[in-house]
Design a protein around this ligand. Structure first.
Ligand code: GLU
Length: 310
């Protein structure tokens, strides 16, 4: 079977892969491969302070250890599949948005942005109050002497709704729930929201499978796609794996990272069995192969709710 689905793995190489990451990649892989689709690997290493090539290479080995292969990108595709080497492309599309008059410099400090009185978006980030929206050119020039600005995009009073393949209908009001958001940080690093939209479009990605924590980013990304004339991919936001205290699994949970599991002698099939059971794809935790999972993969069987795993 062959379809035109192109999915992707988009890891941030800032640590060893943990089971939460592997859970999303497994579902992304099953979704694309069960439909005869392709997969692109893109290393989201925009933040030089957090990401490294060592982790990027390790992520590739961990994906392959699990049997999760891809067709294009990563180290096999060369530097163009590392976001840290794609700044010129982001600059190009940022410039396109600038010509529409929607971009403005923001001089607010972290402290100002995180004031306790600021309203918060559903992902916990403060909704920007619009402080620097209406500065005059003279005020901007004055402030620029003291501080390098970030660049924000002015969002409209508009509700964006979409149907997620797993979570169903999701709606956000851009100005009330998100606020004007950053496209380039004050240190010159391009923001995730811009990079992901540009890359998914240029890499031909039309199916995005990722953690539910990014559900609230999607309306912003759909709107950027619209502004830039890019197509909208389909989305599936998968449950998060959480620790007993309710917080989502992170790179801090070293006991559930693939390095520790491999050192303990756990087999790839045993890891796949745990992931597949949490996803709702098999009834019990028992070793399973990718080909068994592929044979009867169906999004209808995948759970929507987060899973407590430790
Ligand atoms: N790089 C992001 C992460 O690892 C994922 C971004 C995305 O899937 O859009 O959390």
């Amino acid at each position: 079977m062959s379809t035109n689905i192109t999915g992707r793995f988009a890891p941030s190489p800032s640590g060893r892969m943990h089971l939460g990451n592997a859970f999303s990649y497994l579902l992304a892989w099953l979704s694309a491969r069960s439909a005869g689709g392709r997969i692109v690997l893109r290393q989201e290493d925009l933040d030089p302070a957090r990401c490294s090539l060592t982790y990027a290479n390790q992520l590739e080995s961990d994906l392959l250890w699990l049997g999760l292969d891809w067709d294009e990108g990563g180290s096999r595709g060369g530097l163009t599949y590392y976001q840290s080497h794609r700044s010129e492309l982001y600059a190009h599309y940022l410039h396109q948005l600038e010509t529409s008059g929607l971009i403005y410099p923001c001089f607010c400090t972290r402290g100002e942005l995180h004031a306790p009185s600021a309203p918060h978006a559903s992902d916990g980030t403060p909704v920007y109050a619009g402080t620097c929206r209406a500065l005059s050119s003279a005020q901007r020039a004055e402030k620029a002497k003291l501080r390098r600005p970030s660049l924000r995009i002015r969002v409209p009073e508009r509700e964006i709704a979409f149907t997620d393949g797993l979570q169903g209908l999701y709606t956000e009001h851009l100005s009330r729930d998100c606020g004007d958001f950053i496209l380039r940080r004050s240190d010159g690093v391009y923001a995730y929201q811009l990079a992901v939209v540009v890359d998914d479009a240029l890499m031909g990605v039309n199916q995005v499978v990722r953690g539910r924590d990014l559900l609230s980013s999607t309306p912003r990304q759909l709107w950027l796609q619209e502004l830039l004339g890019f197509p909208h991919p389909d989305h599936y936001h998968v449950p998060l794996l959480c620790a007993g205290d309710g917080r989502r699994l992170s790179k801090r949970d070293g006991d559930l990272d693939l390095g520790t599991l491999q050192a303990e002698g756990v087999s790839p099939e045993a890891v796949l069995g745990r992931l597949a059971h949490w996803a709702g794809l098999i009834d019990r935790t028992e070793p399973v192969s990718l080909s068994e999972l592929l044979a009867d993969f169906d999004w209808k069987r995948v759970k929507r709710e987060d899973v407590t795993v430790k």
